[in-house]
Write a protein that binds this ligand. Sequence first.
Ligand SMILES: Cc1cc2nc3c(=O)[nH]c(=O)nc-3n(C[C@H](O)[C@H](O)[C@H](O)COP(=O)(O)OP(=O)(O)OC[C@H]3O[C@@H](n4cnc5c(N)ncnc54)[C@H](O)[C@@H]3O)c2cc1C
Length: 386
Amino acid sequence: MISKKLSIAIVGAGIGGMTAAAALRQIGVDVRVYEQAPRFARIGAGIQMMPNSMKVLRRIGVEERVIHTSFKPFSHLNREWNTGKVMRELPMPESLFGAPYLCMHRADLHDALAAVFPEEIIHLEKKLTGLEQSAGQVTLLFADGTRAQADAVIGADGVHSVVRELIVGPDEPIHKGRIAYRAIFSSSLLNGMDIGSSRTKWWGADRHIVIYYTNSTRTELYFVTSVPEPAEWVTRESWSAKGDVKELRKAYEGFHPDVRAVLEACLDCHKWAILEREPLPRWSDGRVVLLGDACHPMTPYMAQGGATAIEDAAILARCLEEVDGEDFQGAFRRYEAHRKPRTSRIQAISSANTWMKGGDEDTSWLYGYDAWNVPLTPLEPYFKAV
Ligand SMILES: Cc1cc2nc3c(=O)[nH]c(=O)nc-3n(C[C@H](O)[C@H](O)[C@H](O)COP(=O)(O)OP(=O)(O)OC[C@H]3O[C@@H](n4cnc5c(N)ncnc54)[C@H](O)[C@@H]3O)c2cc1C
């Protein structure tokens, strides 16, 4: 617990911002979250939560809210696109990495996060447009003309982060020239077909598709793809963009009958542009720090974007607790020193899209990581070396 009364404003009520709010409240910080959206919508998408993020969610009371309703895949299963031959399978019992592997609806994860703290701390329709730092305080400026003040600010405002732009400078995310189609729908549309007890990734030469159930009753399933997109299609608000299901089916012609059956059953779909960034030169400036996609957006191919945002939240809370809320710059630099090597490694592997494609590379460094207990990186060697 921090002994001094400290206020922290979090910009963005996504997975990272909500986890940070819960983790900081546990150490006694007065937290307020500012979100640009007017309300939380039930976006049609699934999300995989790996054991590394589940360990963080356990300590903040979220695991117990999702564990009984989520789908627990037997394994991380990788198959060849047409024959279905197993390229690599990793059974994921809870005993392997000390936490479960769960798949769920994104909105269920968000609801569970929102349930662990009072809703009054979230301020909707607050689009951040500017920040002013002066002695001992940060002022947040919003599009509606209002202002707020806090001792420090966390930018958890996603891949198009305004906070990142304000403290690191403007640039555009890298568009991978690929899009992700996605759909979530009732298993009854499969006419009795079972997609199996694993989360399956079907690997083609230049495209793939990941398919899993999103609830324990297996009444709902989800798929997400990665396909080349000739046009430079990119959108800032990509959650609601519709895809063409006929184009999608065509893109997966020749895939295994199980994949085609899922795509035939799906009535419509959405699409996302796949974006990433190179690791940033720095994650903080004075009393302002970044977290999640705002500082290390990655391709979704390892299912670690949300997970690493969740890990960030736990490590940031630990670093702030260590300095008892006094030395923000020290805490933020230590957080970056600890997190950046790991997130940069994940960004690079995710970008190459090689994770679990075959072979038997070690997975324990990724899934076995425990953000609450891992020793924090000493500050000095990291900052002397770079
Ligand atoms: C196809 C796909 C599949 C994925 N699958 C997985 C998966 O299975 N597992 C996993 O761990 N990750 C997955 N990810 C990655 C994951 O979705 C992201 O990494 C994660 O959502 C990042 O969380 P965040 O809180 O940093 O940002 P976001 O979730 O983007 O949240 C940012 C929030 O900030 C708000 N905001 C933005 N600008 C402002 C502003 N100026 N003022 C106020 N509020 C603002 C936004 O409205 C939003 O609510 C996937 C991503 C994609 C694209």
